[in-house]
Design a protein around this ligand. Structure first.
Ligand SMILES: [Zn+2]
Length: 311
């Protein structure tokens, strides 16, 4: 019988859970909304209670072979714990996630950060299937990312690697949450697009409004968008020279914009990089949406070779 796993995706205000089989199919999923004030439970208690309830409704925990967790914040995937910076999840810093799950459920557990899990999900069952060298960039409030090189997730010494939003593209530029000035994400995130569009017209208050204005021929919105796409392209061109990927995957709410974002971004990047790197470089939107994190977390668990018979 095919083994089944529990995938968990921990965000700032909710926990998504799914039952995932050995091929990456999501057999069942649910979402638990978390509010620290209402719940009076820690995020970790919400996670263990939710796993108990999902397992109890599906034949008991004995039916499952492991738990993979994708989480926001700075995640040490080597120790399976949250580092000192828990991101926007309250009370999350320094939580020993894998040890708690293994003690509670008697199952192997693995933990990795959400951007890395998302790219692993895409590699397993999404838009990056069949590739070995993938650069994933997620555009949102910040810029997240993940790098697959030679078929493996680039993790670094602690599992922190892949923070693609935090390197300087503008020396002496805007201050960033990481403590530096002029980081890539201050210029290439969707928030950056909105900030600069609002300087042109306060009505340009969301990505959707800005893209619609461009479609309707608004030249001011088109100029802001073009400048933003150049900012994204500068960073990607650098990453291409460092990692030599086969495919660039763009995620985030704006990534559905093929004609107005993906296509012009591709053209700009190809014009910036050395020709040998450009020969068959692909550009795609991420495909998995909401499930990428929990599917990728299970793939991460499997790839840690706890289950070498299952790979
Ligand atoms: Zn930064």
């Amino acid at each position: 019988m095919d083994k089944k796993y529990i995938g968990v995706d921990v965000g700032g205000t909710s926990v998504k859970l799914g039952i995932v089989d050995g091929q990456g199919n999501v057999l069942e999923q649910r979402e638990v909304i978390y509010s620290e004030e209402k719940d009076r439970r820690s995020m970790m208690d919400v996670i263990t209670d939710s796993i108990h309830s999902l397992a109890d409704d599906n034949g008991g925990i004995g039916k499952f072979s492991g738990i993979g967790v994708s989480a926001a914040g700075c995640i040490n995937s080597v120790t399976g714990s949250v580092a000192g910076n828990g991101g926007n999840v309250k009370g999350w810093s320094n939580t020993q996630v894998c040890r708690i799950l293994t003690d509670e459920f008697g199952l192997p557990a693995a933990l990795a950060n959400d951007a890395n899990c998302a790219i692993l999900g895409e590699l397993w069952t999404g838009a990056a299937q069949g590739y070995t060298d993938v650069l994933g960039i997620t555009l949102g409030t910040g810029v997240g990312g993940g790098v697959i090189t030679g078929g493996k997730l680039l993790e670094g010494a602690h599992g922190f690697a892949g923070e693609l939003g935090h390197f300087t593209t503008h020396a002496g530029g805007e201050h960033c949450i990481c403590g530096q000035d002029g980081c890539y994400e201050r210029y290439a995130s969707t928030s950056a697009l909105i900030r600069s569009a609002e300087e042109t017209d306060p009505g340009f208050s969301s990505g959707r409004i800005i893209f619609r204005a461009v479609e309707e021929g608004d030249q001011r919105a088109a100029a802001v968008l073009d400048k933003w796409i150049s900012e994204i392209a500068y960073g990607i061109a650098g990453f291409v020279h460092v990692f030599d990927p086969q495919i660039i995957l763009i995620g985030g709410g704006v990534s559905a914009q093929q004609k107005l974002l993906i296509q012009p971004l591709k053209e700009k990047v190809l014009s910036m990089i050395m020709p040998d790197f450009a020969a068959d470089l692909q550009f795609r939107s991420a495909a998995l949406g909401n499930n990428a994190g929990l599917v990728g977390a299970v793939y991460y668990l499997l790839s840690k070779e706890l289950f070498s018979d299952n790979m």
